[in-house]
Structures are given as structure tokens and as C-alpha cells.
Design a protein around this ligand. Structure first.
Ligand code: KG4
Ligand code: ZN
Length: 341
């Protein structure tokens, strides 16, 4: 089936065309530079950019896929969670398209799409569910930190989530304290590469708690107090690198330890991971090493599919149609606070 998918839940305007598991086009227009000026995402600006970019991005996706709108057999869009006005742009445009083309419409849960994105691989990207296995899935982004038990395809149970800041938010807030530009995660990743992760001992919140929840605001606060008491440390480049490496090590250790523990407890043989923070090199490396040590198969989403994109929305929508899941009403509304369970 040939399907067009739209993603506008946050600060990326993305449109993909998917046919029988093959991603024919996945155009992503990122607004990072626009929001960097304000040190974070400004919802009104995000919405205005989605309104401005959606049509050219959709045209570019159809052109790259060499597909005409008449050939589309279904339309999908992110229904939630996300920024309400941003979600509305893509969701209502997709509903209008489905109405005009008289094709089925599928509203997709953004995190559910992240959940299955590790099964899209290769160049050009293609969904491969033949090797699908039950797994524990870690989803880490700027707004969410989730641990999920994927029991079977399209059947999953939320195990735990963050009780305060998300891991990406912690990266971004710590970077701000250090004076690095937004978004701070990639900056910390870059500087940490030549830093000493053992130089500063920051807390590993909830690492030994007997649950699958996370907390990162205490870690951010401890960096804030540490820098308040030692502001001179920021004057030395190597110390800044060591600081980045030490904070990154704390975040990575908590994420990896709790993911592997959940996988072992539930007896699954596979761990998957997706979301913007999964671009982090130390996290990818540590997940790989620890999974190997524990005899677990690891499927990491490709970096281009970790951050928000419409390919994952389209692939999941197609699986839902193939598995005869109900389509979404053209009168349905966005669900900005939709939880995974
Ligand atoms: O999934 P995403 O693109 O957007 C949402 O939040 O939905 O994730 C963005 C987050 C930001 O917090 C950013 O700092 C973080 O992912 N991030 C990283 C890296 N690349 C992106 N964090 C650590 N290391 C990275 N390499
Ligand atoms: Zn996301």
C-alpha cells in the first residue's frame, strides 16, 4: 500500500511516503536554528513554521517518492502527544487530504511510532518486521523518558517513565548552565568525547530503586550547585569537557542500568532504543557493550530516525492497516497529552 504520513508534534515538520514497508521519501525540515535563539522551543513559532513549511515539505516528499496524490491509498499523521497547536497543523491537514482523496486516515501515537522505529533499517530505509522480537524498549527525547515492554507487534505495556525532567531536558538544562548553545545534548556529546567521565562524581538518581521510573531533575540541580560553588571551573576548556563527560556518564549509567535490569527481569532477549537522545554516542556504545555482556540483542534506531520524522509514523500506520486496526475518524481531535498506556 502507498501511504503519506505527516509529523508536526514538536519542532520538526516532516512528511514521508511509505510503500509496502519501503520508505520512498522522508523529508524533515528542522526548526532547531530558529528556536536556538530563544534557548528552547517556542510553541507559537513552531506552529507558524509548520504552517509555512508543511505544503513545500509534502510536495518535496511526493516528488522524491515519484508518487502522485492520486496514487495514495491512506493518509496518516501524529495525533499526540505533543504541542497542541503544532499537532493541529499536521493532523488537520492530513484529515483534509484523506477527505478530499476519500482514503482512510490513521492518527498515530508519537511514542508508539518511536517504539517501532528500530525495525526500520538500511539505505533506502525499509521496515523489517520479519526479525521482530519481544523487547524492552527505551525511548528518550527532549520531553520523554520511557521504558516499555513490547510483548508482541503492536502490543506493549508502559513499564516506567520519568517522574520529573526527561533525559534530553537534563542534557539541555545542564548545557545551558555550562553556557553551551541549545539544544545542548549534541554539544555535551561532542565535548564529552575528549573528557574524563570519572573526574566528577554526579548522582545517579533512582538507579537502585526497584521500579522502572527515572528522575533527572536532581542531577541537574546538583550540577547547578556544583557550578555555583566552583564557577572558576568553566574557565578551563579541559575541565568543561570533563564536566560534560561526567554528567553524560551519570545519565547514560542510569538509562542503561535500568533498561538492562528490566529486560532481564522480564526475560526478553532483545532491547531496542529510539528518540533524540539515542543519537548520543556514549549511550549507543554503552547499550551495545552491556547488551552483549548480558546476551541481549540490541536494535538501535538509526540516528536519522531517532529524532522526529514522518517515516516512523508512516511505517506504523501501514502496519496498523495491514493488521486491520481501526482507522481514525475524520472528526477525531488531536490528543496532546495522550499516554502510551
Ligand atoms: O526526539 P527529539 O528530536 O525531540 C523531542 O524531544 O521529541 O529529541 C531532542 C532531544 C534534545 O533534548 C536533544 O538535546 C537530545 O534529544 N539529543 C541528544 C543528542 N542529540 C539529540 N542528547 C544527547 N546526545 C546527543 N547526541
Ligand atoms: Zn519524538
Amino acid at each position: 500500500m502507498t501511504l503519506l504520513a505527516i509529523e508536526t508534534s514538536c519542532d520538526e515538520t516532516s512528511v514521508a511516503v511509505v510503500r509496502d514497508g519501503q520508505v520512498l521519501a522522508n523529508i524533515v525540515s528542522s526548526q532547531i536554528q530558529l528556536h536556538a535563539e530563544y534557548g528552547g522551543i517556542v510553541p507559537e513559532l513552531a506552529t507558524r513554521e509548520h504552517l509555512r513549511n508543511l505544503r513545500p515539505v509534502a510536495r518535496a516528499a511526493l516528488a522524491e517518492a515519484k508518487v502522485t496524490s492520486g496514487e495514495l491509498e491512506a493518509i496518516a499523521a501524529t495525533q499526540g502527544p505533543g504541542l497542541p497547536s503544532a499537532l493541529m497543523v499536521g493532523f488537520q491537514a492530513a484529515q483534509a487530504m484523506a477527505f478530499v482523496l476519500r482514503k482512510p486516515f490513521i492518527g498515530i501515537h508519537h511514542h508508539e511510532a518511536h517504539l517501532y522505529s528500530p525495525w526500520i533499517m538500511g539505505h533506502p530505509p525499509r521496515a523489517d518486521f520479519t526479525s521482530f522480537r519481544p523487547s524492552v524498549s527505551l525511548i528518550v527525547s527532549g520531553g520523554h523518558t520511557l521504558l516499555v515492554h513490547v510483548e508482541a507487534e503492536l502490543e506493549h505495556r508502559l513499564l516506567g517513565s520519568t517522574v520529573d525532567d526527561a533525559a534530553g531536558e537534563c542534557f539541555d538544562k545542564v548545557a545551558k548552565l555550562i553556557g553551551l548553545p541549545y539544544p545542548g545534548g549534541p554539544e555535551i556529546d561532542r565535548l564529552a568525547e575528549s573528557g574524563n567521565p570519572r573526574r566528577f562524581a554526579f548522582p545517579r538518581p533512582m538507579i537502585n530503586d526497584a521500579n522502572d521510573d527515572f528522575s533527572f531533575s536532581g542531577l541537574k540541580t546538583s550540577v547547578r550547585y556544583f557550578l555555583r560553588d566552583h564557577p572558576e571551573l568553566l574557565n578551563d576548556n579541559q575541565t568543561v569537557r570533563d564536566l560534560c563527560a561526567s554528567v553524560q556518564a551519570a545519565i547514560v549509567e542510569v538509562l542503561v542500568t535500568k533498561t538492562i535490569r528490566a529486560a532481564r527481569r522480564l526475560g526478553v532477549g532483545c532491547v531496542t532504543a529510539s528518540g533524540g537522545v539515542i543519537c548520543n554516542r556514549a549511550l549507543r556504545q554503552e547499550l551495545a557493550v552491556t547488551c552483549q555482556r548480558n546476551g541481549l540483542t540490541l536494535r538501535l534506531a538509526e540516528k536519522s530516525l531517532c529524532t522526529d520524522n514522518a517515516a516512523m509514523i508512516g511505517v506504523l500506520a501501514e502496519r496498523k492497516v495491514l493488521k486491520s486496526r481501526p482507522v481514525t475518524s475524520l472528526q477525531a481531535e488531536i490528543a496532546p497529552s495522550w499516554t502510551l498506556d
